[in-house]
Design a protein around this ligand. Structure first.
Ligand SMILES: NC(=O)c1ccc[n+]([C@@H]2O[C@H](COP(=O)([O-])OP(=O)(O)OC[C@H]3O[C@@H](n4cnc5c(N)ncnc54)[C@H](OP(=O)(O)O)[C@@H]3O)[C@@H](O)[C@H]2O)c1
Length: 216
């Protein structure tokens, strides 16, 4: 069997668990050389669940020639600097969605990887769901005829505790709210099935939660 690929995980927050489970499943092909967080408490908590070497040293990861790829699982506004840093060090990158918090910064992410000649992948796992794959096959085989219109609904919901985390859903850190953070998955799936957008128009409204009355 060829040598295992050595990779690093950067960011041990909410997004890391499914990735870490997949890396355990891929244990015969992949070795996690570093799991990085700046926070000792977070590293310790992660280590209770996953037996990967821990690190608080980004320079060491970037400078380790045996590491061929890095998974970047940090907030959107940090993606550009981290991609620039690891791409310049010759690492292939799997980046959590969205690419960045603005179009300009997202384009700079793509340019950084292209200039360094490394591969850049973005995590949009909904494309790989069984139902998505079945629909793609059906469309490709012409089973639905010519696509005249497509419609998506994204009725996802997050509790207030999710938004209580500093930065969550803010323009400054995440680049916006539900469209770029949650509905991005549904929009990506839609576009992957229909082809690119010709024109964009939007209407939105807001709702205000009505406070629950205390029982008399
Ligand atoms: N595909 C999906 O379904 C899915 C689901 C959830 C999230 N995501 C995406 O995953 C990314 C991370 O989201 P999350 O919810 O996991 O965030 P999170 O819970 O806030 O965790 C982010 C992690 O990155 C670390 N970090 C923050 N700034 C950093 C920096 N400048 N350099 C290095 N590390 C830094 C954090 O801090 P410490 O260093 O203090 O540990 C933490 O470990 C986002 O892009 C989000 O959109 C995707």
């Amino acid at each position: 069997m060829p040598d295992k690929r050595r990779i690093a995980i950067v960011g041990l927050g909410m997004a890391v668990t499914p990735h870490a489970r997949s890396l355990v499943d891929l244990g015969e092909r992949v070795e996690v050389a570093y799991a990085f967080s700046r926070s000792e408490a977070r590293r310790r908590a992660f280590n209770q669940r996953f037996d990967f070497p821990l690190s608080d040293d980004l320079e060491r990861i970037a400078g380790d020639d045996a590491v061929t790829a890095v998974m970047i699982l940090t907030p959107p506004d940090t993606h550009l600097e981290l991609v620039q840093r690891f791409a310049a060090a010759g690492k292939h990158i799997l980046l959590e969605k969205p690419l960045e918090r603005s179009t300009e910064r997202a384009e700079a992410v793509v340019r950084a990887a292209a200039a360094a000649g490394v591969r850049l992948g973005v995590v949009f796992q909904h494309r790989f769901r069984e139902a998505s794959q079945a629909l793609r096959a059906r469309l490709e085989q012409g089973g639905l005829g010519t696509l005249a219109a497509a419609n998506v609904i994204c009725p996802w919901w997050r509790p207030q505790s999710y938004y209580d985390e500093p930065g969550r859903g803010t323009l400054a850190r995440d680049g916006g709210g539900v469209l770029i953070t949650q509905a991005i998955h549904t929009l990506d799936l839609l576009l992957s099935l229909t082809g690119p957008v010709a024109e964009v128009a939007a209407i939105c409204g807001t709702t205000i939660a009505t406070p629950t009355r205390a029982p008399r």
